[in-house]
Design a protein around this ligand. Sequence first.
Ligand code: XMP
Length: 336
Amino acid sequence: NWTMVNIADESIEAVREQVGHKRAICALSGGVDSAVAAALVQRAIGDQLTCVFVDHGLLRKGEPEQVEKDFVAATGVNLHVVDAQDRFLAALDGVADPEEKRKIIGREFIRVFEEAAREIVRGGSRGSSPQKGGEDAAEPVEFLVQGTLYPDVVESGGGTGAANIKSHHNVGGLPEDLQFKLVEPLRSLFKDEVRALGEQLGLPTEIVWRQPFPGPGLGIRIVGAVTRDRLDILRDADAIAREELTNAGLDRDIWQFPVVLLADVRSVGVQGDSRTYGHPIVLRPVTSEDAMTADWAKLPYELLQRISTRITNEVREINRVTVDITSKPPGTIEWE
Ligand code: XMP
């Protein structure tokens, strides 16, 4: 599609002009917007870009690897990975209130990103391969790359404010000593154009076609307090649901497919030959245009059957699978 080739070429040229010989950083979330923005800027300025990936332990199965391995392989980007799983779990310890969880996750994300950014600004990190680059190491880090899309620009009134990490957590600005100029190469594009651009740039399909996923991740798909064990249970169930949806060829028809663990609820079941007292999970497939309203998706019974059978067979702690048949409104897409 030559239009996309044009958009890619023009955007790459524009980024080169804007950034010059300075350095830039960006935060990768595992989502399509930050990934396409980073890939584009990488094409434009190469090793002058360092990406930060905060692994907060709230992503779905395989997603950290998609960023750390597949994205890096596809782009050759300098990636600075921060394993912050313990820190996030500690901060979330015992917290069940949804808004409290959001606040904590947003706050910790910003703190971890700031620490990583300071290290990069000081020149302490050149990404995962410290030998790489080098000739531009003396250049200051002046730019922050963000995957802002056209609908975000319209929503926020069109202004380019101080740097914030909107694409990830919708949290506020960075401190004074970390003020960057913004590079927003996707500012004029809609989501479908961003996906086309991502394919044009050779990004992995799983990243380009990833459904919208909330910044606080699985943290707000566990009803109850977040623990490592609960995350593992939810990740296993979610992976099965996603795999079956993909196998049924329906993943691009479904806007989002949250799988929610009712961690504080137990019900009696019988698995194998014994009575169990396990947790229910909720399947929440929805169709939508923009997430403002949504319909519950009428997935084929055979598909629901397969997901239910597999989850109760393969995830020991789950003995009941339910489907949420509430539209938005009155229900939200997420349970928290
Ligand atoms: P609800 O649940 O309000 O969600 O119908 C609407 C859309 O927003 C996503 N969502 C979030 N995204 N941070 C995010 O980045 C959040 O705290 C958050 N909460 C909900 C949700 O997945 C859906 O796409």
